[in-house]
Design a protein around this ligand. Structure first.
Ligand SMILES: C[S@@+](CC[C@H](N)C(=O)[O-])C[C@H]1O[C@@H](n2cnc3c(N)ncnc32)[C@H](O)[C@@H]1O
Length: 372
């Protein structure tokens, strides 16, 4: 039987999530996994690429390296790019967008880089239509120190867009970051979990998807579905893999003082297929007194209060949390995603950094929180 070609791939991650994503790839049985800054290199055939897109909870997208070569002028770029195996990834009629970037190289015009690669792909395939549509295929052309790397994006929409969060509050966590926080805080599905500032419910829903062993990408489409070797039947087979490996789940509790948030969190959980696992309530943090005995984990990204006059509100929310940690949740652990530790201290709490991360472009820290 003819074997599928093995490709060099790169799972792009947000800063700080590389090691988690590498562990996820290893758990999927993927080979030559290597975490580097900004993502994870791995090697795999087309099924490994489909599986990575379907199952990775912490990656932003999966790129396939089509070619890499030294190049210091545009004619060389064009000729070398023409010879790459574009037909393995793109159909001749696929709308294509090429994104170029140049660093520390003789080639410095990223627009001309993109145009040249576009022309080379057109030449190699016949007739690729130019388009800036969102659903088009994307090729990334990067030149760094005169080495050109050409990659095709197998994901399409970013992987944090699982499809369930059609409604969201003001500062929602990316689903990929939420999945990472659960792991970084050391949550296991057999431990009760409470998000006291749950907003649109992202942390709870990601916890439930993990516990039920549901693939985060099972309800969405991917760019590779328009590649020449995509077979819907094989995809259906992949969707059934690992289906029986669910874990015992303890209670997953989410609360927020805003009733609108709880309505949309419940709807998001229903859409994700985990509405029965997530227990949402309209409740200010400090009034919670009905949780089971610990050990359990309180995990949340509380309001940040970026404006100075919000500070008092943020500290007041942390004080509510302190009261719960002193009372009904005294045998629970807590971890919060915060911009810094100073407001925790103002509320009489202590924070020990577990990970430095980025949330919506803001540097943040996941802190293990205890009474001060
Ligand atoms: C940063 S948002 C959480 C976003 C959430 N992680 C998501 O993915 O959508 C903070 C939430 O805390 C809620 N909140 C603020 N103060 C609160 C309090 N004292 N008790 C409960 N909820 C509170 C707000 O209504 C808001 O929805």
């Amino acid at each position: 039987m003819k074997k599928n070609p093995v490709e060099n791939c790169f799972a792009v991650t947000a800063p700080g999530l590389e090691a988690l994503c590498a562990a996820e790839l290893e758990a999927l049985g993927v080979e030559s996994v290597e975490a580097v800054s900004g993502g994870v290199n791995f090697v795999g055939d087309r099924l490994a690429i489909w599986r990575a897109n379907l199952w990775l909870r912490t990656a932003s997208r999966v790129l396939v390296r089509v070619g890499e070569f030294k190049c210091r002028d545009f004619p060389t770029l064009y000729h070398k790019a023409c010879r790459l195996p574009w037909g393995r990834f793109l159909k001749p009629d696929a709308p294509l967008s090429v994104q170029g970037s140049c660093r520390r190289s003789r080639l410095i015009h990223s627009d001309r880089l993109a145009e040249t690669v576009q022309q080379a792909v057109n030449h190699a395939l016949g007739n690729v239509s130019e388009s800036r549509e969102r659903q088009s295929q994307t090729v990334y052309a990067r030149v760094d120190r005169d080495v050109c790397t050409l990659s095709v994006d197998s994901s399409g929409e970013l992987l944090h867009r699982r499809g369930y969060r059609q409604e969201q509050g003001k500062a929602p966590l990316r689903e990929t970051l939420a999945a990472a926080l659960l792991q970084l805080a050391g949550w296991r599905p057999d431990q009760p979990l409470w998000d006291p500032f749950c907003g649109s419910g992202t942390l709870l829903i990601e916890a439930a998807l993990w516990a039920r062993n549901l693939a985060p990408g099972r309800h969405r489409s991917f760019a590779f579905m328009d590649w020449p070797k995509f077979h819907p039947n094989k995809w259906q087979g992949l969707l059934k893999e690992f289906a029986s490996e669910t874990l015992p789940v303890a209670g997953l509790y989410g609360s927020d003082l805003d009733s609108k948030m709880i309505t949309l969190a419940s709807r998001n959980a229903e859409r994700a297929g985990v509405g029965d696992l997530c227990l949402f309530d309209v409740l200010p943090c400090g009034l919670r007194d009905d949780l089971p005995d610990g050990p359990g984990l309180i995990l949340s990204n509380p309001p940040y209060g970026e404006r100075l006059d919000d500070e008092a509100g943020v500290v007041a929310s942390f004080k509510e949390l302190r009261e719960v940690l002193e009372g009904p949740c005294r045998d629970w652990r807590a971890a919060l995603l915060v911009p810094d530790l100073k407001r925790l201290r103002k509320a009489g709490l202590k924070g020990k950094p577990l990970a430095q991360l980025s949330n919506g472009g803001l540097n943040v820290v996941l802190a293990d929180v205890t009474l001060g």
